[in-house]
Ligand binder design. Structure first.
Ligand code: SF4
Ligand code: SF4
Length: 403
């Protein structure tokens, strides 16, 4: 019988985030991994420049609670590090400021560093699924302890972003769109996410389930005040528990299966020792993103084809909200977006269906939430080989009947 993985689920009562963090870390006996004089990296989710109440980024009070807990062990240094979405220099600093992470670091006298501002090294991926190496900060190698501080949000492309997806932030600025372009299908991209996670493998994960996003996440979704802190060591088990709480099928989220395949953890509930609240007590089904993939027993090439042909979403720009800020077209990994001829209010960018790999970066990064996606299943089926086959079959049947 394998050793049970401890996971603590703690309710946040009356917005007392710090008490919930202390209680959850006590429940999993997190002090067993602490030593004096450690260099500790905290990796929050700082996707973009949004205020904390929008629930796009790890909440500053979650960060503050974790820093207070860590200070009991006299660390040498605590460094909060991230590389945000977007390619422009200064993007991460701007996001850190807007979501109040840099202010929290200043208050608590800890460093706040964009990964891209540190020395880069090439990391080799052990037993790669698709990605053999990538460049990131030396901090991942030099830290004594890495703590992952993901947030629970739905995600247009991946369905859910939590523990494993959060470490995509160790890929530096402009290399993120390149990674999307290199691994354009959902399956390949999720495998790349797993490879990226496997390089840093945080020893501890404290999930921000305070303010979350459902529906059109991870940037334009509806805020859910879930009021939870979930802590543990096994990212795969944690992802499974989160899926149970928000009522998602963990098998639809491919990176969870890939991570289990890669021995990064286990999804088996019988191997998990749940401490604190029960799943039933805190269950709160989340609205899924529009293009939620479903797991069907198909070969990968067929699943990729069906995903691309039938479940393909079209990008939709809102002329009322769009301010022609250029973020979407300058960050699209495949140059599928071009600015309008006239940069006038009411005009919107153009979108190239052929070039788009449906990575959802434009929706994630639009500062004004002006990008949405819509799926026209009938059109997708009719304009795919599947549609051609169905029409041919229908004609054949009609011909047989007529004869
Ligand atoms: S859709 Fe959003 S990101 Fe693109 S130009 Fe308009 S406001 Fe900027
Ligand atoms: S148009 Fe949007 S979804 Fe399509 S590839 Fe570009 S950034 Fe990704």
């Amino acid at each position: 019988m394998p050793e049970k993985k401890s996971i603590a689920i703690q309710k946040i009562v009356d917005d007392d985030v710090k008490s919930a963090i202390f209680a959850s870390l006590d429940l999993i006996n997190a002090k067993k991994i602490m030593k004096e004089n450690m260099t500790i990296i905290l990796k929050p989710n700082i996707l973009g420049a949004k205020p904390p109440e929008r629930a796009v980024t790890t909440h500053p009070e979650v960060l503050r609670g974790v820093i207070h807990w860590l200070k009991q062990f006299n660390p040498k240094e605590i460094i909060v590090a991230e590389s945000s979405g977007g390619q422009k220099p200064g993007t991460t600093e701007n996001a850190m400021k807007k979501c109040l992470i840099s202010q929290t670091c200043e208050d608590e006298d800890v460093k706040c560093i964009p990964f891209e501002k540190t020395e880069r090294i090439i990391y080799q991926v052990e037993n790669p699924l698709v990605m053999t190496e990538f460049s990131s900060s030396h901090l991942l190698k030099d830290a004594d302890l890495i703590i992952n501080l993901p947030k629970i949000k739905t995600h247009g492309q991946c369905t859910l972003t939590c523990c494993i997806k959060n470490m995509f932030g160790t890929v530096l600025l402009g290399n993120k769109p390149k990674t999307h372009a290199r691994f354009p299908t959902v399956g390949k991209f999720m495998a790349a996410l797993t490879d990226i996670y496997s390089v840093s493998q945080p020893q501890l994960t404290i999930i921000d389930g305070y303010l979350c996003q459902e529906g059109n996440g991870p940037a334009g979704g509806d805020v859910v005040k879930l009021d939870l802190i979930i802590a543990g060591y096994d990212p795969v088990a944690l992802e499974r528990v989160v899926c149970e709480i928000i009522d998602f099928n963990y098998q639809d989220i491919k990176y969870i299966g890939y991570a289990e395949e890669k021995n990064l953890g286990s999804t088996k509930l019988e191997n998990i020792e749940l401490l604190g609240e029960t799943i039933e007590d805190v269950k709160r089904p989340f609205k899924p993103p529009k293009s939620r993939p479903v797991s069907v027993p198909l070969p990968q090439w067929l699943a990729d084809y069906a995903g691309k042909a039938i479940f393909r979403a079209e990008v939709d720009f809102d002329p009322e909200k769009c301010r022609l800020c250029s973020t979407c077209w300058s960050n699209c990994p495949t140059q599928a977006i071009t600015p309008p001829d006239k940069m006038e209010k009411g005009n919107i960018p153009s979108w190239d269906n052929e070039k788009c790999i449906t990575c959802y970066c434009c929706a994630e990064l639009c500062p004004y939430e002006a990008v949405d996606f819509k799926i026209n299943y009938v059109k997708n089926v009719l304009f795919s080989w599947c549609g051609v086959f169905l029409i041919a079959l229908l004609l054949f049947i009609i011909l047989l009947i007529a004869l």
